[in-house]
Design a protein around this ligand. Structure first.
Ligand SMILES: Cc1cc2nc3c(=O)[nH]c(=O)nc-3n(C[C@H](O)[C@H](O)[C@H](O)COP(=O)(O)OP(=O)(O)OC[C@H]3O[C@@H](n4cnc5c(N)ncnc54)[C@H](O)[C@@H]3O)c2cc1C
Length: 495
């Protein structure tokens, strides 16, 4: 018998769920608030320049291959491996580092400031790698249908990793390295998780292993949005209908605790047998299903990841000294990190990331120009609700960039777009502008994260960054896999 699934949201987790579900014989329809698919994995075009809107690279590229292999799909996009992974620039010392994947080449960058770097790095990464392999299948890539199965799985993680639950990312680095610059650079990955190394548990040092050793970082030839276009084309061929500019705001149930339909802002009814919510799993439960555990005051008490302040600049001229992925840091790392997600955040000397897609993709900018995407992590709207000064802040970032790099880009700007946290919130329903969704404290991961099967409506499932396992593109792919596993467990395959 045919079963129809409505997916709310066309982010990577929504699209990947759709691919898996059509392959299991389900009829899929998708609704999306934004005007085009992809969610945060989106694209911005302006005056002949093309920018990745948010994600610019990813780890664990094999998760994409797994989706395609599982569904018997030929490659839809081509990966490009990054090496160096990124460049780091320090504002005051003017020092620059390139983060190579090979330990010997990496050591050459750091030998002056951390004389025993190669051995220290080896020891650090060994522990991170063991933790990765001991937990990835046992904890991360798993559905836990009851608390005991979670405790049971945790009990089977080798006890040698236990201390990492009680240390911070920074404390783990302090055990291995003496140079502050080395620690600062190796801890940048904690910001990718939306936290800081001073509040992120040391278990996430496993990310150092994924970035340097396991699979490195990749992006996509022709731009990250090729992932979305590839998946949407495939789904369209399979008969999936997409409806954009459609925001779900209400619902209706039948007597059997089943969701009957969702409603959009025009009060149109969206009927289906099953529903997959790719909108934020915590926020949606509160704002649409009106669940008492997810009211605004309760959501406000949860830990949310950084809010993005982003600038998209098309300039005339080439910036040859820079790489495709560049970090700009000051000389007050700890003080800055401790303020960056608080109301005390100051906008004068920011730390930020600059992506230059035109370095590897000639279509991203005219031949005589460069496309630049600035990302500065800032506090979310709970702590800084007013972004009416966004132009001044963007100016401060660009001034700083000019000062550090020596490139005077301001007079050569052909296009400039600023997206502050309030716009990130309204565009994609990101709670208070939090860019990566719920944070990854021990109280908000695995069993404790909002579940991917609804507590009340048996026919409602969630997928994406704020349900299991967490944020980032590979996690969104894993999330889709886990969600579809839950659906198949409950409703079976129809193919
Ligand atoms: C600035 C920035 C930079 C990032 N950089 C990276 C990176 O380099 N590498 C990486 O791996 N990750 C990165 N991330 C994280 C990554 O983008 C996310 O983890 C991932 O894209 C989340 O996918 P998702 O499917 O869970 O959610 P989303 O992409 O948010 O998709 C959810 C979709 O649901 C829609 N929606 C929400 N509510 C409703 C509703 N009520 N009705 C209809 N539609 C609705 C939204 O509009 C959205 O399209 C970055 C994130 C940001 C913000």
């Amino acid at each position: 018998m045919e079963k129809k699934i409505l997916i709310v949201g066309t982010g990577l987790a929504g699209l990947s769920s759709a691919v898996r579900l059509v392959n299991q014989g389900y009829k899929v329809e998708m609704v999306e608030k934004y005007h085009q698919p992809g969610g945060r994995l989106n694209q911005l075009k302006a005056s002949g320049y093309t920018f990745d809107l948010a994600p610019t690279f990813f780890s664990m590229s094999y998760e994409f291959n797994e989706l395609l292999r599982d569904c018997n799909i030929k490659p839809l996009f081509e990966f490009q491996e990054l090496n160096p992974l990124y460049h780091v620039f320090f504002r005051d010392t003017k020092k620059q580092y390139q983060l190579f994947r090979e330990p010997e080449k990496l050591a050459e960058q750091f030998n002056e400031i951390e004389p025993n770097f190669e051995q220290n790095f080896k020891n650090y990464i060994e522990g991170a790698g063991e933790l990765f392999h001991d937990t990835i299948d046992r904890i991360v890539k798993r559905n836990f249908n009851n608390f005991y199965s979670y405790v049971w799985a945790m009990m089977h993680v080798p006890p040698k990793h236990l201390p990492k639950l009680f240390r911070t990312f920074w404390q783990e680095l302090e055990k291995h390295f003496t140079s502050n610059e080395v620690k600062e650079i190796l801890s940048l990955v904690a910001f990718f998780l939306g936290g800081t190394p001073f509040n992120t548990p040391a278990i996430y040092t496993l990310l150092s292993y994924t970035e340097f050793i396991h699979d490195g970082y990749h992006n996509v030839k022709g731009g990250m949005y090729n992932i979305v276009e590839g998946l949407v084309n495939y789904l369209t061929e399979k008969g999936v209908a997409f409806h954009y500019n459609t925001e779900i705001v209400g619902y209706h149930t039948n007597k059997n605790q089943q969701l009957e339909y969702l409603t959009d802002t025009q009060e149109k009814k969206w009927l289906a047998d099953l529903f997959v919510i790719n909108s934020d799993a915590a926020h949606f439960r509160g704002s649409v299903f009106q669940r008492t555990a997810f009211t605004e005051p309760k959501l406000d008490k949860m830990q949310w990841t950084m809010a993005p302040f982003t600038i998209y600049v098309g300039v005339e001229g080439k910036l040859d000294k820079l790489g495709q992925h560049n970090y700009f840091l000051g000389n007050n790392f700890k003080e800055y990190a401790n303020k960056v997600y608080t109301e005390n955040f100051e906008t004068d000397k920011p730390y930020y990331y600059v992506n230059i897609p035109s370095k590897n993709n000639t279509d991203a900018a005219p031949a005589d120009g460069e496309a630049l995407f600035f990302l500065c992590p800032v506090p979310d709207l709970r702590m800084r609700p007013d972004w009416s000064n966004k132009e001044q802040f963007a100016d401060a970032i660009i001034n700083d960039f000019e000062e550090i790099t020596g490139y005077q880009i301001k007079s050569k700007i052909r296009t400039l777009t600023i997206i502050a946290p309030d716009q990130w919130e309204t565009s994609f329903n990101l709670y208070k502008g939090s860019g990566l969704g719920l944070g990854h404290s021990l109280k908000q991961i695995a069993w404790f994260r909002p579940k991917n099967h609804d507590e009340k409506f048996a026919n409602v499932f969630y997928t994406g960054a704020s349900t299991i396992p967490g944020t980032g593109l590979p996690m969104a792919m894993i999330s889709a896999k886990l969600t579809v596993e839950q659906i198949l467990k409950n409703y079976g395959s129809l193919s």
